[in-house]
Design a protein around this ligand. Sequence first.
Ligand code: SAM
Length: 216
Amino acid sequence: MRLRNIAGSREVIADSAYTVKDPQTKKGLWKKEVFGNSKPIHIEIGMGKGRFLMDLAELNPDINYVGIEKYSSVLLRAIQKQEQRQLPNVIFIRMDAEEITEVFAPGEVDKIYLNFSDPWPKDRHAKRRLPSRQFLERYDKILKADGVVEFKTDNKDLFDFALEEVEPAGWNLDAFTLDLHNDPVMNEGNVMTEYEERFSSQGNPIYKYIVSRKGK
Ligand code: SAM
């Protein structure tokens, strides 16, 4: 998702009370300094326009949510929604997730969501895919010991790739489904993302896994 050339989006982000500037300075301090509480931190990487994260935040006031998005023009849409919703437990960062270990301390994050991540179809770009082993290695550094990564997509090739990465990366496949919306157990409490609504309304099945390092 990339909304190109929205004039002034960088300035809006820089001025917004809903974004954290210089997020590296908050490493190890997210609960204390950013949220001012000791509630768990859940992050979504590649949140797009952020509706999923904000819906979760409304449902779960006892969790702190951090939305991470690479592009200003997309993040701008999330900020505009948050200006209307004013959820106290949501904050955004504009950054490339490749830098994630510079921003969160070991064990600082309780859960990571990846939703409809960019597929990067060329083999030589595999390491840019958010469920790749290179990214799992980064998540390993910031997730607490019993933390989980939840990944949803409608892209079968990307999902197959993600499944194949789990074991070599040293993670456990805790659960998966090839048809989330028709899986009563995994679909319970499912909050749809913007992409999920669009693709499932076109008849595409939604794939999901949950992975962890439990017992490792
Ligand atoms: N998660 C949303 C959803 O399900 O509706 C948006 C999905 S969209 C296809 C993927 C988003 O991930 C885009 O907005 C893109 O800019 C962002 N993204 C991709 N790679 C990223 C990275 N390395 N760091 C941060 N954001 C990234």
